[in-house]
Write a protein that binds this ligand. Structure first.
Ligand code: BGC
Ligand code: ZN
Length: 383
């Protein structure tokens, strides 16, 4: 089968190639072979394809990339819980093997304590940018067929669902009635965060570098949010002051670390700042540490970092994407600005992607014929 491989990740001079690799075969009755329909690309893939990130499986030199997947079960092991024709996506992270890691032992490898986890397509395990993959049924999530067109967005949306779940848990410390959310960044994650906050009933402001007449700005407006192009001079503090209202919830989705510190200062008393982005760099910053410390302590503020997502977050993501399509029809289609074939990936220029790229392994017209139609999905596994 064909697969996109980042080659020789450990030996220098890496390159990206469309390779022919062995077809996966079932080796255990719990396993499933999935035929991949589509894979979404995000910032992590950009880093990996630009050879700044990514770890191949142990003992190998190359890594098949891709972690945002939508596929259809081609062959199901007798004990997998799946059937041929089921529409599925896969959780990205696999638990570490360390018996002392209570989170991995309880279905929460997204909170792995040892760092010995692997992530498909990212760290220590091949990903999904290939015609097929093999997976243990426990790590697959069934997607209802009415979400066929947008199922490839379940993984990125799971990142938003995880952080919202975390924020709700943290805020059980008080009576919290959030009214206003500020999203920093208007990439796929920022935009999904913005529309999610709208669906949660919040007033949403998005502050980012894209111009005022960009598609990003239009998408924010079309889900009822307010968009503002980041002003080089004034900065975030001036913008937030100008809003003239308390900002209960800030989602930092740019990964530009100086903004994380500026955001602490603009947060309302009792508010939460969620950090979701990273850009690999070595920035150093001079900050008003006393002022920040004082406002964090005296105003009960909270900063929370969040990575990856668990099965339940994937399941909530399915619910939320269906809600998005119902309340703002067509919005998700506009988020996906680029579709391409597997063959185009090695030459891909990320700078040419306005928002989100999806690689169609199987042409979209053929999807419906491969999938067994069902919206009766039972979510039975707890891993
Ligand atoms: C993925 C996460 C992963 C993270 C760090 C993100 O792009 O969506 O699943 O944990 O990268 O590797
Ligand atoms: Zn662990």
């Amino acid at each position: 089968m064909k697969a996109i491989r980042v080659k020789q990740l450990r030996q220098g001079n890496p390159s990206i190639a469309l390779e022919t690799v062995d077809d996966p075969v079932i080796t255990h009755p719990q396993e499933v072979i999935v035929k991949v329909l589509a894979v979404g690309l995000d910032g992590t893939d950009k880093e990996i394809l630009q050879e700044k990130y990514g770890v191949p499986p142990q003992g190998e030199d190359d890594l098949t990339t891709g972690h945002e997947s939508l596929g259809v079960v081609a062959e199901a092991g007798a004990e997998s819980g799946f059937q041929a024709g089921d529409l599925v996506t896969a959780i990205v992270r696999r638990p570490c093997r360390n018996q002392s890691c209570v989170n991995c032992r309880n279905g929460h490898s997204d909170f792995c304590q040892t760092g010995e986890f692997v992530e498909r397509g990212i760290k220590g395990a091949h990903g999904f940018l290939s015609e097929y993959y093999r997976e243990d049924g426990r790590y697959l999530v069934q997607v209802p067929t009415d979400l066929l067109e947008h199922g490839v967005l379940v993984e990125p949306q799971s990142i938003v669902e995880k952080v919202w779940d975390q924020v709700l848990r943290v805020q059980q410390r008080l009576i919290w009635e959030p009214k206003t959310a500020l999203v920093l960044g208007s990439g796929p994650l920022g935009l999904l965060a913005a529309i999610t906050c709208r669906l949660l009933g919040l007033d949403v402001y998005v502050w980012s570098r894209s111009p005022q007449d960009s598609l990003q700005a239009k998408l924010v407006k079309d889900c009822g949010g307010v968009y503002q192009t980041a002003d080089e001079d004034g900065g975030l503090t001036a913008y937030a002051e100008g809003l003239g209202k308390p900002i209960d919830f800030v989602l930092e989705c740019t990964g530009f670390s100086p903004l994380a510190f500026e955001a602490m200062a603009v947060l309302a008393p009792n508010g939460v700042l969620a950090l979701l982005g990273v850009t690999p760099a070595d920035r150093k910053l001079e900050i008003s540490s006393d002022m920040l410390n004082q406002s964090m302590v005296l105003e009960n503020k909270c900063v929370i970092g969040s990575v990856n997502a668990a099965r339940k977050d994937f399941e909530t993501a399915i619910y939320r994407l269906q809600q998005m399509e119902r309340v703002y029809p067509g919005w998700l289609d506009r988020l996906v600005t680029n579709r391409m074939k597997l063959e185009a990936v090695p030459k891909l220029d990320f700078a040419s992607i306005p928002i989100k790229a999806v690689v169609d392994i199987v042409p979209v017209e053929q999807w419906r014929g491969l999938v067994k139609q069902t919206n009766e999905v039972e979510y039975s596994f707890s891993v």
